[in-house]
Design a protein around this ligand. Structure first.
Ligand code: SF4
Length: 323
């Protein structure tokens, strides 16, 4: 995950909860992708914020239940072997493969660049991503549908490397995750910090309520006497995630029969969100009081990750005929 600072409900429900569950059946490796973040950073202020963003994001991971005793948690750049592997993999990766990645063209457009002017790091993004996976010989990667082309590219790079230098890496398989799409409070397709339509996991109860009260609802419902349409209402979709089955049924019933106002409905939702996140927020508060806690978790994680990474690099050097 790129270090974006404090995470929001979309990150929590779309990724983190799944990460926590995966720990029950896999040996998991969770990495803060600070090098990836550099590929699109042009503003010096953003660069200065990386360290505090890492700290805040990892606090959210730990509060959500990502457990350093069961999983490796570290910062990508603290395992420099990943950069070595990135360089070596770039020797077997044709440019054409990278230029046809759908998200590459999209990113170039978003950055207002061209394929001629964009930094090399962005072109090589999927190679670094492949290095992130195979450095630890990971066999499974939890991904959403949109990440499948990247993983397919990682497999192609592995096949090419293994073909040229001998069987070294397993082909990583996708573990498709069914994450609910969390719509932004403004009704935008996706909750996102940059669109400022989000609720932070770590927000206070008051801030959560303030934010939820700004949420868009059924746009055709202008007065309390009009029945609402929960199926098109953003607030209702969040009730379905944070409310009990009976609460959701009540919301539906009272909305469609015009017995519930949208403001009360939003206050109800804010209470449900605050209730669901209460223990997570308390854990985060506790962790945040120990300034060394996150640093120690990341240091320990990097030591464990480097032990694996060094072995892989030694093997790769030998396969590639390097001294
Ligand atoms: Fe949405 Fe609730 Fe208003 Fe119905 S009452 S439109 S579910 S906010």
């Amino acid at each position: 995950m790129r270090p974006t600072g404090r995470l929001h409900l979309g990150n929590y429900l779309g990724a983190l909860q799944n990460w926590v569950t995966l720990q029950d059946s896999y040996k998991c490796i969770y990495c803060v992708a600070d090098l990836h973040a550099l590929t699109t950073m042009e503003n010096p202020k953003e660069v200065l914020e990386i360290k505090s963003n890492i700290h805040e994001m990892v606090l959210d991971w730990l509060a959500a239940g990502v457990d350093p005793k069961r999983s490796m948690i570290f910062v990508q750049s603290q395992v420099p072997e990943v950069m070595t592997l990135h360089t070596l993999l770039s020797m077997v990766t044709p440019m054409g493969w990278l230029l046809r990645v759908p998200t590459f063209k999209e990113k170039v457009r978003q950055m207002d660049e061209t394929e001629e002017t964009v930094n090399y790091g962005l072109v090589g993004y999927p190679v670094l991503q492949t290095a992130d996976i195979i450095l630890y010989k990971a066999d499974t990667v939890p991904v959403g549908q949109d990440q499948l082309p990247h993983l397919e590219l990682a497999r192609e790079i592995v096949r090419r490397f293994n073909h040229r230098f001998g069987d070294t890496f397993p082909e990583p398989q996708a573990k498709l995750t069914e994450a609910p799409l969390i719509v932004g409070l403004d009704g935008h397709q996706k909750m996102s910090k940059s669109l400022d339509n989000h609720v932070e996991m770590a927000a206070s109860s008051q801030e959560t309520t303030r934010r939820v009260l700004t949420a868009f609802t059924d746009p055709q419902r202008l007065r309390l006497e009009q029945p609402g349409r929960p199926e098109v209402c953003n607030v209702y979709s969040l009730h379905k995630i944070f409310g009990s089955t009976s609460e959701v049924a009540t919301v539906h019933d009272e909305c469609t029969t015009a017995r519930r106002g949208c403001v009360d409905c939003k206050r109800h939702l804010a209470r449900s969100i605050n209730g669901s996140l209460e223990s997570l927020r308390a854990r985060r508060e506790k962790f945040s009081k120990d300034p060394d806690f996150v640093r120690q978790v990341l240091e320990d994680g990097a030591i464990k990750a480097r032990a694996i990474a060094r072995q892989t690099i030694a093997e790769v050097y030998q396969r590639m005929g390097l001294a």
